[in-house]
Design a protein around this ligand. Structure first.
Ligand code: ATP
Length: 777
């Protein structure tokens, strides 16, 4: 007899989520988002336990999931629904069992979160689906009536892997948490290496993909890197030794070499960490040790970015699944810079496979190009900045194109400012430009007197900045004061030091400063030089960009803070924390932290706070604690931006909750204050500061090096800002009718007019179950 089969009604589709392959941080965030979004959309949610093994086994391994089942998932590493490598699924017989189990459970939509192997499996499964069903009928395991409602299986892929080896996406879920772990470890090794003047060869994971190794090298300032896609030439021992010696000659006390576990030479012979240690020990007599990081790289808490990515991609996957028709090709959810996209699963799997095949076929150029779009640029820039000590005639520009580029920090300090200077300086030196540091912002410059120079402007050397790669804050010194405090002296200094360009790194004040200088060009000829702003502020409120340096580090700090205080609620029970974030008049920090910690509510200056909202939220808390399906132990977080309301202060909100709760629950205030600036920059802030600072230097070079004053004046980008907009890094003009000053700067509120992140609030509400009237879908 054929087993009874569930037939889904039109409005109760069943959606299943599975994690497969190697685990990665963020997979739990995916499960939470998929389960809750599916329920929100009127579907029933299921989890397939232990990856494809659960699908083949069926029965209890396909488990109905309810709202409260995924409580707390966001902040837990690994995968709570399990993952396994499953040989049976690789055979058609295993996939037949899997198909039968899905039909019997009435599941018509399957979301698979895993690496390239898992997604290849998913792709094969969907393409075989009609024939699997036919065979199930032919072999009388199911009847035609039973399979009829399940003729089409919709599949959606999510890329969960620490390796970041999947083509078509900038990042896989988990790769940045893994990179964070690696950077923490390399920073730690760095300290001991410098103490003893030692060398360390550090092996990192990534299988045949060098992304983790390359990014870790950029983020920690390693001296040399080995990755599979770019095997070193036969003379690698000499090349590496030369670089190490030149760095040591400049005063560097430690040597860090990062080697990917898949490192190889051009003949595909493995290069091992032991080999590298031997070379450094024997040829350079350097006391060198090996450190293999191993599974530490997989574990630990998911970073802010992975929670963001997991949540938004999980939500997108459910939407994609429910919108799919039988004709729609299976999608995989990808990300390009800041934009979540749907890509063709089959095509991305094909590209990933061809990257692997290219490596095997020694076509390294092709393999490199099949990684994420900028992988090769990153590698080239890394090489350029690490071998900067050698005067490489190939890299140097002709003398007439050399520029004197002044670098200044403006506004509050944030993580990312120092690595940005380091990258800019390294780039400038390799090309023959002169990087000039302005110390202590515009007041530093304005203290200058022609007859008594105070030394606020100094040339920077490579060794001055090399250590800044992982340092938070601002080594140059930064200040909120603006050029307007003393325009004539500012202009005089520009003239005296013969600045050819000004590179401003900072927040809204940097933007304002560039605007003030631009607006004084008529009066002061020394201001008629290119001005370029690299946004760096935790508030992320600068017009022209969706991302500012320092904001990722801050969000990681806030997420860690919320995790800790939420845990403290597990002992006291039924507690709500009202956490106050910085951000000025921009609700970005509060909102994005809310997304990453699963906040109950987020209060921002953009939407304000009113009594109706507050009381409705208190009712919601009351109901949630009443049901007590684990909510009491979990603790609740409300995020309130420091300027969300003049009247409803953070303390007042907590007081109102306490009064209304009538002893059934209580509220406490938590204010992280300046702690939010964080310590060391996150890997994302380090990598992006590297990438954006170098792009800025290239932009100045391409547009202005060797150009006449008239040519500079005629270029509308002579006062510009670099920003991430959607899927691209772009330069936008500040002035003119279409420039950012006129179109995107809310000068009164000191924020952007169009804030791309605002729809995220709707997602937070949906995933926390908060009643809301935001029609964001
Ligand atoms: P990671 O990148 O973390 O290793 P992955 O998804 O690539 O993750 P794999 O071990 O390659 O990990 O694949 C996970 C599971 O996916 C396998 O155990 C198998 O069940 C299934 N799978 C992989 N490749 C195929 C295939 N070609 N056909 C069917 N199923 C497959």
């Amino acid at each position: 007899m054929t087993p009874s089969v569930y037939t889904p009604s039109a409005n109760a589709r069943r959606v299943a989520i599975m994690t497969s392959g190697g685990d990665s941080q963020g997979m739990n965030g995916v499960v939470r988002a998929v389960v809750r979004m599916s329920i929100h959309m009127g579907c029933e949610a299921y989890a397939i336990l232990e990856g494809y093994e659960g699908l083949v086994r069926g029965g209890d391994a396909i488990k109905r999931m309810y709202w409260e089942d995924v409580r707390g998932y966001l902040s837990i590493g690994g995968t709570l629904i399990g993952t396994k490598r499953c040989q049976e699924f690789k055979a058609r017989s295993g996939r037949m069992e899997a198909a039968k189990n899905l039909v019997m459970k009435g599941i018509s939509g399957l979301i698979v979160c895993g690496g390239d192997g898992s997604l290849t499996g998913a792709d094969i499964f969907r393409s075989e689906w009609p024939s699997l069903l036919d065979e199930l009928v032919q072999t009388k395991q199911l009847t035609p009536e039973q399979i009829e409602p399940h003729r089409h299986l919709n599949i959606c892929g999510l890329v969960g892997s620490i390796d970041n080896d999947f083509s078509g996406t900038d990042a896989t879920i988990g790769c940045y948490s893994s990179l964070q772990r690696i950077c923490e470890m390399v920073d730690a090794v760095d300290d001991t290496a410098a103490s003893h003047m030692r060398g360390f060869v550090i092996e990192v994971m990534g299988r045949n993909c060098g992304w983790l190794a390359l990014m870790a090298s950029i983020a920690t300032g390693a001296d040399y890197v080995f990755i599979p896609e770019k095997p070193p030439g036969q003379d690698w021992e000499e090349e590496m030794c030369e670089i190490v010696i030149s760095h040591r000659k400049l005063g560097k006390r430690r040597t860090i070499i990062i080697i990917s576990e898949g490192a190889q030479n051009t003949e595909l012979q493995k290069i091992t960490a032991d080999q590298v240690v031997k070379v450094l020990t024997e040829k350079l007599k350097l006391d060198t040790r090996k450190t293999v990081l191993g599974h530490i790289q997989r574990g630990g808490l998911p970073s802010y970015y992975d929670r963001w990515l997991a949540t938004l991609q999980g939500v997108e996957a459910v939407k994609a699944l429910l919108e799919a028709t039988p004709e729609t090709p299976s999608p995989v959810i990808t990300v390009r810079e800041n934009k979540i996209l749907r890509s063709d699963l089959q095509e991305c799997v094909r590209l990933t496979k061809s990257a692997g095949a290219a490596l095997k076929g020694k076509d390294f150029k092709k393999a490199m190009n099949l990684r994420d779009i900028e992988f090769k640029d990153y590698f080239d820039s890394y090489k350029l900045t690490t071998s900067t000590t050698e005067e490489n005639p190939r890299l140097r520009l002709p003398k007439e194109k050399h520029m004197r580029i002044a670098i200044i920090h403006v506004g509050a300090p944030c993580a990312g400012m120092n690595p940005a200077v380091r990258a800019a300086v390294a780039y400038c030196l390799s090309r023959g430009h002169t990087p000039l540091a302005i110390y202590n912002g515009f007041p530093g410059l304005q203290r200058h007197h022609a007859d008594k120079p105070v030394g606020s402007v100094r040339e920077l050397k490579w060794i001055d900045v090399d250590d800044w790669v992982n340092q938070g804050g601002s080594e140059l010194g930064t200040n909120r004061s603006l050029p307007s405090e003393d325009v004539p002296t500012t202009a005089d200094c520009f003239r005296l030091y013969k600045f050819d360009a000004l590179f401003l790194i900072g927040g809204f004040e940097a933007f304002t400063s560039a605007s003030q200088i631009r607006n004084n060009r008529d009066k002061y000829p020394s201001f008629r030089i290119p001005l370029l702003v690299l946004p760096a502020t935790i508030s992320n409120n600068v017009p022209g960009t969706e991302y500012s340096l320092g904001s990722d580090t801050c969000l990681n700090t806030l997420v860690g803070f919320c995790d800790v205080i939420r845990q403290s609620a597990s002992a006291s029970r039924r507690r709500v924390f009202v956490v106050e974030t910085q951000g000025g008049k921009s609700g970005y920090l509060a909102t994005m932290t809310g997304l990453a910690v699963g906040a109950l509510a987020v209060y921002t200056p953009e939407d304000g706070i009113n009594m109706r909202m507050l009381l409705r939220d208190i009712d919601f808390i009351r109901e949630d604690f009443q049901d007590d399906k684990g909510a009491a132990r979990a603790g609740k977080i409300i995020l309130r931006n420091e300027r969300a309301s003049e009247i409803y202060t953070t303390q007042m909100i907590a007081d109102v909750i306490n009064v209304e709760a009538q002893g059934r629950f209580d509220a406490r205030v938590a204010v992280p204050g300046h702690y939010q600036q964080g310590m060391k920059p996150s890997p994302i802030d380090r990598i992006r500061s590297f990438k954006l600072a170098i792009k800025c230097m290239q932009f100045l070079e391409d547009n202005f090096a060797g150009k006449s004053r008239d040519e500079i004046n005629a270029n509308p980008l002579n006062a510009a800002i670099i920003g991430i907009q959607g899927s691209d890094a772009v330069f936008s003009p500040m002035g003119s009718d279409l420039g950012l000053e006129a179109t995107q700067a809310d000068w009164a509120m000191r924020r952007q007019i169009t804030e791309y992140w605002r729809p995220v609030k709707g997602i937070i509400d949906i995933l926390s179950g908060r009643p809301n009237d935001t029609n964001w879908l």
